[in-house]
Design a binder for this molecule. Sequence first.
Ligand SMILES: Cc1cc2nc3c(=O)[nH]c(=O)nc-3n(C[C@H](O)[C@H](O)[C@H](O)COP(=O)(O)OP(=O)(O)OC[C@H]3O[C@@H](n4cnc5c(N)ncnc54)[C@H](O)[C@@H]3O)c2cc1C
Length: 298
Amino acid sequence: MVTFYRRLPKFDYVKPGSMDEVLKLLARGTNGNFKVYAGGTDVVPGLKRRELEKPETLVDLKGIPDLDYIDHDEKAGLRIGALATVRAVAGSSIVNKNFPLLSQAAGRIASNQVQNRGTIAGNICSAVPSADSAPALLCLDSNLVCINEKGERQIGIDGFFKGPNETVLNRDELLREIRIPPMPENSHGVYIKLSPRSRMDLAVVGVAALLGVEKGVIGHIRIGLGAVSPTPMRARDAEDHLCGKKANDAVISEAAQLASEESKPISDHRASAEYRKMMVEVLVKRAIHQALLGVSSK
Ligand SMILES: Cc1cc2nc3c(=O)[nH]c(=O)nc-3n(C[C@H](O)[C@H](O)[C@H](O)COP(=O)(O)OP(=O)(O)OC[C@H]3O[C@@H](n4cnc5c(N)ncnc54)[C@H](O)[C@@H]3O)c2cc1C
């Protein structure tokens, strides 16, 4: 597929210096006249390819102070500010130690250059079905703190994605913070990305699995899938099949098959729907085996 990049269209540009200023601006706006951006690694190419509708004004969020943070507390878990870059998350020793699944997923996004500009918040707000951080954040039961001029609300990431490039965020709302509760006891998570090239390519299939084992039985299981449905999704039938069972090859294979059946991929220039479904089965099986190995080596 040939991608045509053209010059950026003409728009106004503002870089407000505070959250209040941004929220006031957005509250005044009407549909389509303001478009916020953080790293711009999705927005700028989207405007150049004319895939994004041209806004009257592009609102640069990078002028908002104190939004570029990664905080961890043993009891409360992890908090990632809206301006924390992909690189900061992928390279954070705190994230790596406590949420290695997220480190792995962030580390699989694009190249160092893109990671240095792009944010995890932008990755999920783009709501691209193949967003690499999404399956991991789904497995980690993330909560999204969203804010507008009237106040804040928290949205579970499971209810955040509406469709390709569409979230439940209102026009005047921002994602301010991603919250991740502590990992369940004795659990381990794995992210596997299938793409034709090792870097700089979107996932053909992305699979995250997080599981915890108690007395040989799977007590906690989350499976997140990317690039195989209109939104990143949980493979709930597969999860239900595994939960409460002893993990053996037969049960894992059945769960992987269920995950494949509940996925709803499309065919595009990257892969056919049939191939994606087959790869869901292969990768879910692989991810569960790797997660079990991770638990047993703890
Ligand atoms: C060459 C290249 C390779 C790439 N490879 C990958 C890849 O392998 N895997 C992958 O997942 N992605 C990839 N991407 C996509 C992109 O880099 C990531 O999605 C990145 O994390 C987006 O973050 P950003 O801050 O640049 O988002 P932006 O471009 O700034 O914004 C993205 C969207 O989110 C909205 N937004 C941003 N911040 C907020 C906020 N706080 N509140 C509300 N809305 C917000 C914007 O309005 C926009 O709709 C690639 C991009 C490029 C250019």
